[in-house]
Design a binder for this molecule. Structure first.
Ligand code: CTP
Length: 395
């Protein structure tokens, strides 16, 4: 999403200006051209040299700097930008933008650009909650600006409240989402399930499995970055919910079935990356089971097969985690579950499958076409799967 894009990063006078260095660095590492524009106040907190060192680009600090490649044409940056991000954004810059003031390079750029603008406020809680600040934010939102944060936490004054710069990952997620708005899944609703469900035995124990949810979360992020509206039905997971994705938290297979059926009603595609427990205790004991007997037998009953039950006019993608006969088992599941595509992976490999950050999968479609991409990070595997989904949707 970010590769080869020109991103103008406006930095204004807040202690959080130091965090903008990480934003500039990460975007540059992902292949973006990052042009940092600093206000005078921002330069009191961080030097232009810091940004120059991470972006390997000149930093714009002056409107009338004859040495700058942008100063002759003061709207050049505005025209070249694919996206403008202001992080951190003070109450002052927000007020100026709401009022259409253009008295420095950053305000000129925002006023003149046709690119999307993301604003990540950072300020004292009272300033943020001040009516005039709220009115300015509402005005900019109504004009199509995207706001991310602020977060609740400890502020520069030592007080606690709403006003901290949003987490860097949240800002980066918003950037990817906004850049991907017109992607090949724009206007599509994609439902994704992730993680291993848990079937309670008693209030402290459950039956679970080793699924981490990483593949499903990567799919949700990738689909969001290609413009889709994403619903992620997630079993308990330690992963952070992806920005811009609607997350429905569930615990059991039964709950996952209900949430998936509900979300799939208007879906264009359903991707079942979750590992729903196939069996759960016949009954859940209300109080903690005490260690009173030598052997304990728990009767297990079958849970519903979600893909077997969910019906509708959408692309159906299943996953097959197998320890033997990978392709035969996957093909059998593709047929049995009436799938358009199955993503098979061998869970016995240590660099692939449960908990790993990489995955080696085999994609098999209804017509029997088989694709075997190499070992890749799960986010890249997600894009390979979505390439197939896009192809199937176009058919
Ligand atoms: N699946 C499902 N409902 C279940 C179990 C699995 O919808 N109760 C989905 C999974 O999300 C996956 C696909 O079915 O997309 C295959 O899951 P898998 O566990 O490999 O297959 P099972 O049908 O459970 O068969 P088995 O465990 O016997 O291999």
């Amino acid at each position: 999403m970010v590769q080869d894009k020109t991103i103008v990063l406006g930095v204004t006078g807040s202690i959080a200006a130091c965090k903008a260095v990480e934003i500039a660095s990460k975007l540059t590492q992902e292949g973006a051209r990052v042009d940092v524009v600093m206000t005078k106040a921002a330069q009191e907190f961080v030097t232009p040299l810091t940004f120059r060192s991470v972006t390997l680009r000149p930093v714009v600090t002056e409107m009338f700097d004859l040495a700058s490649e942008f100063s002759i044409e003061h709207v050049a940056l505005a025209e070249q930008a694919d996206l403008v991000v202001i992080a951190p954004a003070t109450a002052n810059i927000i007020a100026k933008l709401a009022g259409g003031i253009a008295d420095d390079m950053l305000t000129c750029t925002v006023l003149a650009t046709e690119a999307a603008v993301i604003v990540a406020p950072a300020m004292n809680v009272n300033m943020y909650q001040n009516q005039v600040a709220q009115e300015n934010i509402a005005k900019l939102k109504a004009r199509g600006f995207t706001f991310v944060g602020p977060a609740y936490g400890r502020l520069a004054s030592g007080a606690w409240g709403l006003g901290r710069l949003a987490e860097i990952e949240e800002i980066l997620g918003t950037i990817r989402q906004v850049l991907g708005r017109d992607g090949d899944l724009a206007g599509r609703r994609i439902v994704i399930s992730a993680g291993g469900t848990q079937e309670p035995i008693d209030p402290v124990r459950h039956i679970g499995n080793r699924s981490s949810g990483k593949m499903g979360y990567a799919l949700a992020e990738a689909a969001r970055d290609r413009g889709a509206e994403v619903v992620l039905v997630s079993a308990p997971s330690t992963l952070a919910p992806p920005v811009g994705v609607k997350v429905v938290q569930v615990q059991t297979t039964l709950q996952m079935r209900d949430a998936v059926i509900d979300a799939a009603a208007e879906a264009d595609a359903l991707l079942m990356a979750a590992a729903p427990a196939d069996y759960g205790p016949a009954t859940t004991v209300e109080s903690k089971i005490k260690k009173e007997v030598e052997t304990l037998t728990i009767e297990l009953v079958r849970t519903p097969d979600i893909l077997g039950e969910v019906k509708g006019d959408f692309i159906r993608v299943g996953f097959a985690a197998e320890s033997e006969n990978l392709i035969e088992n996957a093909k059998e599941k593709l047929k049995r579950k009436n799938l358009d595509l199955i993503v098979a992976n061998d869970i016995t490999a240590s660099d692939s499958g449960f908990g790993a950050d990489t995955n080696r999968v085999i994609l098999i479609d209804r017509s029997g076409n088989v694709e075997s991409p190499p070992l890749l990070p799960k986010l890249e595997v997600a894009h390979k799967v979505l390439d197939k989904v896009v192809e199937l949707l176009q058919r």
